[in-house]
Design a protein around this ligand. Structure first.
Ligand code: CA
Length: 352
């Protein structure tokens, strides 16, 4: 019996060794979100699984959440330095490291999700993003589009531009810059800190995503006014690849990593749309105290003016920045003409 047990132990050790060596390529990935965070983090877990499956077990991706690496907004540096091979986060969190990173998540008064996805894939957007990220030794791909985001949760009603003066709001990216220009005090906080900040009054308002992810955060318990959107009409998360690392891999592995990212981006965007409609139905049915509001015309016009001025200022940097601004403006104009005669006319027609 003793001999048998010894043999079994040897066999098990051998199996374990074989198993850990099964992957030819092991890559490390870090994302911004808490472990298991719906959609934003779970889609990354699905990506790792898909890559493993598509590569017949030859590529293994080890996923670290912010619970492990402790730096929600450290993804840019992690991947740039090669500490991690892959990242997943939002480009606009890194405007302080690379000003042009602000353009590749979503823009206030800009393209809707489908318009922007078309810009990225067919209108030269991804090439422009990769020109920017190549300067930092990275390559990016689309990871998940949230679709239309809500304008945020406010403790008090907003009736005029004066109500925005001094308002402390969590709002990242270009939307935050616009808010600052009309007198608000924008800040960025990672998702894990949002509820407490709003509850304690450290901030007066926040935007997070929309029904897909807001409901579980409980914001409706402390801020009853839920405003419709203007600042993030289609926010895109991205995969960041360390360029040197991905280019060093065999062609088949590069193809798996890139194509699995594409599939994940598509699936995760669909899942997010689905979560939005389900949760919106829940809000309507179960939370009658949530007051859904549009910002007054005066406020929207002030925000629009501030946005246009800020974009014009950015474009003055010339070169690549100017090319990005011009590319987005031209694509938006053309895409919107079709959206208006297509989707918008359809919705108008059937509402008659
Ligand atoms: Ca947001």
């Amino acid at each position: 019996m003793k001999k048998m047990a010894k043999l079994a132990a040897v066999l098990m050790a051998a199996a374990f060794t074989t198993n850990t060596l099964a992957a030819d390529i092991t890559l490390k990935l870090a994302h911004t979100w808490p472990k298991g965070f719906p959609l934003f983090a779970t889609s990354v877990d699905e990506y790792a699984k898909l890559v493993n499956e598509m590569s017949d077990g030859k590529i293994e991706i080890l996923v670290d959440s912010r619970n492990k690496h402790k730096a929600a907004f450290g993804i840019f540096d992690f991947v740039k330095s090669g500490q991690y091979d892959i990242g997943q986060s939002a480009s606009y969190y890194y405007g302080g490291k690379e000003p042009d990173a602000l353009f590749f998540t979503t823009m206030p008064f800009g393209m809707t999700a489908i318009e922007q996805t078309a810009w990225f894939y067919e209108g030269g957007g991804l090439e422009l993003a990769n020109e920017v990220y190549a300067k930092h030794g990275m390559e990016v791909m689309l990871a998940l589009n949230t679709g239309q985001q809500m304008g945020g949760w406010f403790r008090k009603e907003i009736n005029s531009v004066a109500d925005l003066k001094g308002l402390k709001m969590r709002i990242p990216g270009f939307g935050g810059k616009v808010m600052a220009k009309v007198g608000a005090v924008p800040t960025n906080l990672p998702p894990g800190e949002l509820y407490q900040a709003l509850e304690r009054g450290t901030i007066d308002a926040l935007e997070w995503v929309g029904p897909s992810l807001d409901l579980r955060m409980g914001f409706h318990k402390v801020a009853p006014y839920y405003y419709t959107g203007w600042h993030e009409p289609g926010a895109e998360l991205m995969f960041f690849f360390n360029k040197k690392k991905i280019d060093s891999l065999p062609a088949w592995a590069q193809s798996v990593l890139r194509n699995a990212a594409k599939l994940t981006g598509y699936k995760a965007s669909t899942q997010t749309f689905h979560a939005s409609l389900e949760n919106w139905a829940t809000i309507k049915a179960e939370y009658p105290n949530v007051k859904v509001k549009d910002f007054p015309k005066e406020v929207i016009q002030a925000l629009k003016k501030a946005n246009a001025e800020l974009i014009a200022e950015e474009a003055k940097r010339g070169g690549l920045t100017q090319r990005i601004v011009e590319s987005q403006a031209a694509y938006l104009k053309k895409a919107r003409a079709w959206t208006q005669i297509g989707d918008q006319s359809y919705l108008n027609n059937i509402a008659k």
